[in-house]
Design a protein around this ligand. Sequence first.
Ligand code: NAP
Length: 426
Amino acid sequence: MSPTADERRPVVTSGAEPTPIGQLPPVGQVPATMQAQVIRPSRYGDPLTAFQPETVPTPQLGPDEVLIGVMAAGINYNNVWAARGYPVDQVAVRQKRGETEDFHIGGSDASGIVYAVGENVTGITIGDHVITHPGVWNADDPWIARGKDPMIAPSARIYGYDTNYGSFGQFTRVQAHQVLPKAPHLTWEQAAAPTLVGTTAYRMLHGWSGNTLSEGDVVLVWGGSGGLGTQACQLARLAGALPVAVVSDPERGAFAEKYGAVGWINRRDFDHWGIPPLVDDATGQKAWTQSARAFGKRIWDIVGERKDPAIVFEHPGASTIPTSIFVCEAGGMVVVCAGTTGYDAMVDLRYHWTRQKRLQGSHGTNDEQARAYNDLVVAGKVDPCLGRVEPFDAIGRVHAAMGRGEDVFGNVSVLVGAAEPGLGRQ
Ligand code: NAP
């Protein structure tokens, strides 16, 4: 089980006052309070106003947990949802589980310095330069005790979305197994940028036995210039596969190519999105199929042969699932981790079963996948695709822009404890 409020211990070793943003106290000294960008239920709605800077108590630490002084935090789409309080009211869900806080400090990617460790933690030392992966679970979950994938366990959560005290505060609390070495060649803001999307992409492409990435596979990557998409393009290329990006303009296409896409399709050239005409509408179905076929032909034109995607990398959801399933090769997999455009997606089961395709859900990462992904980053084989760096007080604005679909060039980081961009290389 996660530690209860009683089992968590204060780690306070220095004064009560937080340091200014852009500074952290001497390593190992933890003030009683910290600054954070805080979401409260009374402010749910537009991320621009849902996030507000506040001074809050520094989180206490359970025996298997680690306190990290955050130098930079990565921005992810999940805290657009958290700020809206939709589809999940995270504060209410946690209060139902017995947590007492009436606020949410999000942030699912951190780079920083270890300031304190719980009494059971081994192999992590105060002063280590680290990053975090987003998979959280209870080690004594019966599912995990049976040797099963912890990210499918009933206790599995996403750090800094389902859990409180994420990386949008000066200190963040994580489970020890989430802590990974920071790539020494990266700055704080680069290191904070890619891990949630990168590990998610790694699990989607390598985690589903029977349909894992193989050399020569065509992989269709929706949102090829975005956070997930730029990681997926790189991972596919590293495995010798042929990632074809889908984007909404040529500039985004060029960005996806920079990170490994062999070509790109402008989705604005087509209009067959959303729920297709139903089976008794023969004329409508014919028109839909023609457009979906033309989209599939673009894939063949890019790869230079009539080869359909073995894997379709999905997250837009409602708008694109029918096309994803249509173009996926027989026996192939559409792997989906989100429904950004909506959750009500339609599948024409006739083709699904006769062509024996797989529609696979995927969420987060387990430790093994996170380590494998981070090893590639540390080795310099995967680029964090940092599109932009912003200050701490821009957290609300950046999420608002992301929610409007404006931040689509790789990843965005904010500086928290780092005084300026460019620091942190060792
Ligand atoms: P992002 O950086 O904002 O990228 C989203 C991409 O979606 C954009 O590049 C955009 O590209 C594309 N897009 C927007 N509207 C579209 C539409 N109508 N049809 C097709 N594509 C569209 O976001 P991200 O970080 O990649 O995350 C994407 C989604 O995955 C979010 O909902 C996020 O919460 C989710 N996610 C889930 C997990 C998990 O573990 N389950 C992990 C990470 C992310 P174009 O406009 O150029 O097409």
